[in-house]
Design a protein around this ligand. Structure first.
Ligand code: IDP
Length: 137
């Protein structure tokens, strides 16, 4: 089942020079392909669209501030069961709870600064890809 997912390497990953490491892990999964990749700063409107479901929660404002604190790497990754697969590579939201071997488990300690975003379902992937890569059909 070939799918497409949106991956964001968050500002902490860029600042800590971990993007090569994280991209390498994604690239090494057999048959997955990065079909778009861009280093960019995210504006408030984009973040509001992307994280709209969390608006009103206590972590929302600090999350948006963090996500606009520096550039992110936005990527489209295509391949076999890639939506579930990148979520598993990333590990759970809380990096301390994430297993060693996962990206968050290996490199993170802070819930907000957990290095990577990956779409959590086919529906989210379609919605998020439209926000970040509107040109991709
Ligand atoms: P996910 O990124 O693992 O899918 P979501 O629940 O969609 O997790 O939350 C989006 C992002 O918001 C998380 O990746 C994390 O950066 C931040 N976040 C979520 N819950 C908390 C929290 O309780 N405290 C601080 N930040 C949080």
């Amino acid at each position: 089942m070939t799918q497409r997912t949106l991956v964001l390497l968050k500002p902490d990953a860029v600042r800590r020079a971990l993007i090569g490491e994280i991209i390498g892990r994604i690239e090494r999964k057999a048959g997955w392909t990065i079909t778009a990749l861009e280093l960019r700063e995210l504006d408030q409107e984009t973040l509001e669209q992307h994280y709209g479901e969390h608006k009103g929660k206590p972590f929302y404002e600090p999350l948006v501030a963090f996500m606009s604190s520096g550039p992110v790497v936005a990527m489209v990754v295509e391949g076999e069961r890639v939506i579930e697969g990148v979520r598993r590579l990333a590990g759970p939201t809380d990096p301390i709870a994430a297993a060693p071997g996962s990206i968050r488990g290996d490199y993170g300690t802070i819930v907000r600064e957990n290095l990577i975003h990956a779409s959590d379902s086919e529906e989210s992937a379609i919605r998020e890809l439209k926000i970040f890569f509107p040109g991709i059909g």
